[in-house]
Design a protein around this ligand. Structure first.
Ligand SMILES: N[C@@H](CCC(=O)N[C@@H](CS)C(=O)NCC(=O)O)C(=O)O
Length: 201
């Protein structure tokens, strides 16, 4: 398998899951901001010029959550996702999709408004609104994690997606003092060798 990858991006999620599943893969490496990500060669692979993209034989798939769902369904052999009949299955689906649906929109705004835009084009109002929204979306994770080590029973692909988003939110400056369950969860995930290897890939 081939992963189009850049450090400190959602591509870490894909490599993390591949590592957890013990699936061999090679990386096509970019750095965020590389012109190569918008070159016609890569736009033919991913029309948005974004990472991750996964190639698996004739399959080419983008969207980190879709890639996770694909990998577990096609290569998981029952690992890293609850069985469809399990009460954990709908819980798993909800939290698998929570990151891109809820956490990442305010994270994206914060990245644009605090890192990417030049200071004179930044908006305090946008930062304030996104920070409030991010706190609300993380509060739902916090409540769900009460009494749980992982999002849906045992460690699963949902943790590689929404867990990654929680770690990114913390690194962006989300106030974790009000989120002790999530802070402990992040540390639990960061201790996993498969994630460490993905971050250092
Ligand atoms: N919803 C997509 C988002 C992909 C995305 O925005 N990736 C970012 C890195 S985290 C990217 O490639 N940005 C490069 C750019 O905008 O030039 C996913 O989950 O894969």
């Amino acid at each position: 398998m081939k992963v189009y990858y850049a450090p400190n991006t959602r591509a870490v999620r894909t490599v993390w899951l591949l590592n957890e599943l013990g699936l061999a893969h090679e990386l096509v490496r970019f750095k965020l901001g590389d012109k190569a990500m918008r070159a016609p060669e890569y736009l033919a692979v991913n029309p948005n010029g974004r990472v991750p993209t996964l190639e698996d034989g004739d399959v080419r798939i983008s969207e980190s959550t879709a890639i996770a769902q694909y990998l577990v369904a096609r290569h998981g052999q029952g690992r890293l996702a609850p069985a469809v009949a399990s009460p954990d299955f709908p819980v798993y689906l909800q939290w698998l999709h929570y990151a891109e649906g809820m956490i990442m929109p305010p994270v994206n705004t914060l990245v644009v408004e605090t890192i990417l835009l030049p200071p004179e084009r930044r908006s305090e109002a946008n930062v304030e609104r996104a920070s409030k929204l991010l706190n609300r979306t993380l509060a739902a994770v916090e409540a769900h994690l009460k009494g749980r080590d992982y999002l849906a029973g045992a460690f699963s692909a949902a943790d590689t997606i929404t867990g990654h988003a929680c770690i990114v939110a913390a690194r962006l400056g989300a106030d974790m003092s009000a989120l002790p369950n999530t802070a402990a969860y992040n540390q639990r995930l960061l201790a996993r060798p498969a994630l460490q290897a993905a971050w250092d890939a």
